[in-house]
Design a protein around this ligand. Structure first.
Ligand code: ADP
Ligand code: MG
Length: 385
């Protein structure tokens, strides 16, 4: 099987096409809003322990052409699904359909006490769907930005973040931490965000020149349905409770002697991962990509050996990537039990490195292999063509 890079990034020509599609279908003159997907460089399974993570917004985004309508309807077109759907704006009913993400944002605004409002939207995204780079947050952030921008100028970005998170966690019903929407809203080009998941604040960390990120899909679907994610969450809560702490964020390596295995290993991952986030941020600030990469490789080992959320396929992908020329470091990204691997790479060799990794992986596992190279980008905003 050949290596397959996923499709291109949205540009001004796409924005013009999106506007034209809107006008053709609904008439009027829409405004355009974009919100990016995100990566997480390091800091995995630390969010629900109120710890640290190092996400960044990427140069792939969801773009929405939007305008209010006076019909009390949500009339939503997704170019990704090639589908239009109409549903009432006034009531939210979960339909297990992509439109739930948009309807959830509208419902979140109404839950704040605002009158129901109909919307026409045409949606297009080049964030790969379901690949672990948060196409869902890109969609809810772009939608929430559209809705709030029509009401207030300039929009309150913290409110956009909260609406997007509420839509996804409460209305769509996906258990998600605050990281995805935070990065999509507040990301900064050429920077990562050292995010504190307790205070929901971030330090902006400059990234070294000539670096890029390669994302490779293992082809193994997150087996979240098996309850592995929930179980890890519970284990972290139990470990914190045994230590008399609110959250593992406050534990030290020394404390962990008082916790029995396997909770001790789970907690050890969280404690060491928080350390690694700080060390990675410091290394990136100093343009020390070798140290940053080594910390990413250590993060994978910790996810594998202590937190036990990797699988044979992502272990193989990370191992191949970590031994590939031009790769500074790689690790499994996301909830675990599959999903994708992120590699910090030398931008000059990014595509060659990706092709090499994918080739070696596919020869062995005969699956997966969708990949793309990305850079960091600014967070959500209105798009002015
Ligand atoms: P991820 O966020 O990792 O991409 P999720 O399963 O959380 O994966 O979110 C993917 C879902 O978000 C899609 O199945 C779809 O319901 C919705 N979605 C994302 N982007 C779009 C889009 N452009 N058009 C319609 N629905 C979208
Ligand atoms: Mg998602």
């Amino acid at each position: 099987m050949d290596a397959r890079p996923t499709e291109h990034a949205i540009d001004a020509a796409d924005a013009a096409t999106l506007s034209a599609r809107f006008v053709q279908r609904f008439g009027g003159s829409p405004r355009l809003f974009r919100a990016p997907g995100r990566i997480n460089i390091i800091g995995e399974h630390t969010d629900y322990s109120k710890g640290l993570a190092l996400p960044a917004a990427i140069d792939r985004a969801c773009m929405i052409a939007a305008a209010p309508n006076a019909k009390g309807l949500l009339r939503l077109v997704s170019l990704n699904f090639g589908e239009e759907i109409g549903r009432p704006a006034a009531t939210f009913e979960r339909r297990d359909h992509w439109s739930d993400y948009v309807a959830g944002c509208v419902a979140a605004v109404q839950a704040e006490g605002y009158a129901p409002q109909g919307w026409d939207m045409v949606i297009s995204s080049d964030v790969p769907l379901g690949a672990g780079v948060s196409s869902s947050a890109a969609l809810t952030v772009a939608t929430s930005l559209a809705i709030t921008s029509y009401a207030n100028e300039p929009p309150d970005l913290e409110r956009v973040r909260v609406l997007a998170w509420t839509a996804e966690s409460r209305f769509v019903g996906m258990p998600c931490g605050p990281l995805d929407q935070f990065a999509s809203v507040f990301g900064k080009r050429d920077h990562a965000l050292m995010m504190d998941c307790r205070s929901l604040t971030a330090d902006v960390i400059p990234l070294p020149a000539n670096t890029a990120f390669v994302l490779i899909d293992s082809g193994v679907k997150h087996r979240l349905v098996d309850g592995g994610y929930e179980q890890r969450r519970r284990e972290c809560e139990q470990a914190a409770a045994q230590l008399g702490l609110n959250a593992l964020r406050d534990a030290s390596a020394h404390d962990l002697e008082r916790v029995e295995p396997p909770l001790r290993q789970r907690a050890l991952h969280v404690v060491t991962e928080n350390e690694r986030v700080m060390q990675t941020a410091a290394a990136l600030r100093a343009a020390d990509v070798v140290t940053a990469g080594a910390l990413m490789a250590q993060s994978h080992k910790s996810l594998r050996d202590d937190f036990a959320v990797t699988c044979a396929e992502t272990d193989a992908l990370a191992e191949i990537a970590n031994a590939t020329r031009g790769v500074f470091g790689a690790r499994q990204m996301g909830g675990g039990f599959g999903g994708c691997v992120i590699a910090l790479v030398d931008a000059t060799h990014a595509r060659d490195a990706a092709a090499h990794i994918v080739g070696a992986y596919e020869r062995r596992w005969k699956i997966g292999g969708d990949w793309f190279v990305c850079q960091t980008a600014d967070g959500a905003g209105e798009f002015h063509p």
